[in-house]
Design a binder for this molecule. Structure first.
Ligand code: NAD
Length: 354
């Protein structure tokens, strides 16, 4: 029996989570669910967006299925008490060092993309981003009086970009495994940055263990261009924290449908947190109109990446493709002639398609 911590959170979180649980339950898998409050609802009940008991629950679970957190009514709280701290706290507590963001453009939804349909129809790209290193966390950092250079004596800010070889190795293994039998693009800026040269050398070293994967290196400026020029040529893209932050949003937007995008963050034990890429959508919460497919696809990622249940993951993904082909749409992805359904009806349609 695998234990899943179910953290639905705020806004549309509980509505879309109910649909994901419906789908998982219909598969009759050996899963045990334990629900808990996080985000604004946890702050309202316990005075903290990530109570210590929830951290303990997450640690002892095989995976965390997360909804969304946040509400504008909490925007005036001190930063450490804001709902979004729940995700940052869980990332830290579980040591989640890699973020997986698939960007899939279903043929029926190409109209939602800002790119031409022929460029994105059938797009199935996975972006693998390192989450805990790079210039975001490198020391030293700070503000000081510039000690040298053209602006010596002026106030300056500085950060440090650094990656250790084992740090690159562990994400390389995740990326190569995800790219088995396919093409892996490693993104860096090795023509300018020493950190990137270490990144590139390490990718080449690790690639020797994965002869089934073809490795290509791409400078980040070119990668930004290729993502909008010929995204379908890329199967899996791996990169550091800073470049990944930017490129993952670019890749996500190729599909145009925020309600369809799942994501995962994993640690070295394969434990993970799985959540939709969108937020808590307070503007439509409580109306049963949200699109639950990103949450349902996050559950599929959980089965694949943390629980080793590939077959069940594929069943869910195929069921999602089927409901789209059958014309079912929530409001955010509606088109002419579609069958407009509510959040719960979409969940029912996926269960029926399993
Ligand atoms: P958002 O993603 O919640 O919403 C942006 C727009 O997309 C809204 O119009 C919303 O109605 C729509 N939308 C999002 N998900 C949808 C879905 N499943 N179905 C249909 N429509 C959907 O972003 P926001 O409005 O900038 O932020 C709202 C709150 O969410 C804020 O408090 C923010 O901090 C938080 N947030 C949380 C996460 C997270 O939990 N990981 C991520 C981003 C934002």
């Amino acid at each position: 029996m695998k234990k899943i911590a179910v953290l639905a959170g705020d806004g549309i979180g509980p509505e879309i989570m109910a649909q994901a649980l419906k789908v998982l339950t219909a598969l009759k898998l050996p899963l045990e669910f334990e629900e808990a409050l996080v985000g604004g609802v946890a702050y309202a009940a316990f005075g903290h967006p990530l109570p210590a008991e929830v951290v303990e629950l997450a640690k002892k679970s095989d995976a965390v299925l997360f909804g969304a957190v946040g509400d504008f009514k909490y925007d005036s709280l001190p930063r450490h008490l804001r709902p979004e701290q729940a995700i940052l706290g869980l990332r830290k507590a579980l040591g989640l060092f890699v973020n997986l963001r698939p960007a899939i453009c279903y043929p029926e939804l190409t109209a939602a993309s800002s790119l031409k349909p022929e460029l994105v129809s059938g797009l199935d790209l996975l972006l693998v981003r390192e989450l805990t290193g790079d210039v975001y966390f490198g020391q030293p950092r700070g503000k000081r009086i510039s000690p040298d250079g053209a602006f010596a004596g002026a106030e300056e800010g500085f950060d440090t970009m650094r990656y250790a070889v084992p740090e690159v190795e562990r994400i390389a293994h995740v990326a190569f495994k995800a790219a088995m039998g396919k093409h892996l693009v490693s993104v860096d800026k090795a023509n300018v940055l020493e950190t990137s040269q270490v990144w590139r050398d390490t990718m080449i070293k690790v690639s020797k263990e994965y002869p089934e994967v073809t490795l290509e290196h791409m400078y980040v400026d070119n990668a930004a261009m290729q993502l909008v020029k010929a995204p379908k040529k890329i199967d899996v893209m791996v990169t550091g924290n800073l470049f990944g932050d930017i490129l993952s949003d670019e890749a996500a937007m190729l599909t145009g449908s925020i309600g369809m995008l799942a994501s995962a963050a994993l640690n070295e034990k394969g434990q993970g947190l799985f959540e939709p890429s969108h937020g808590s959508a307070p503007d439509i919460a409580g109306k049963n109109i949200a699109n639950p497919l990103a949450q349902i696809l996050s559950a599929a990622m959980m089965l694949r990446y943390s629980l080793g249940m590939e077959e069940a993951a594929v069943r869910i993904e195929n069921a999602v493709k089927k409901v789209l082909a059958q014309g079912y749409r929530t409001g955010d992805i509606r088109s002419e002639g579609c069958k407009l359904v509510s959040c719960s009806e979409m969940g029912d349609a996926v269960v029926a398609a399993l």
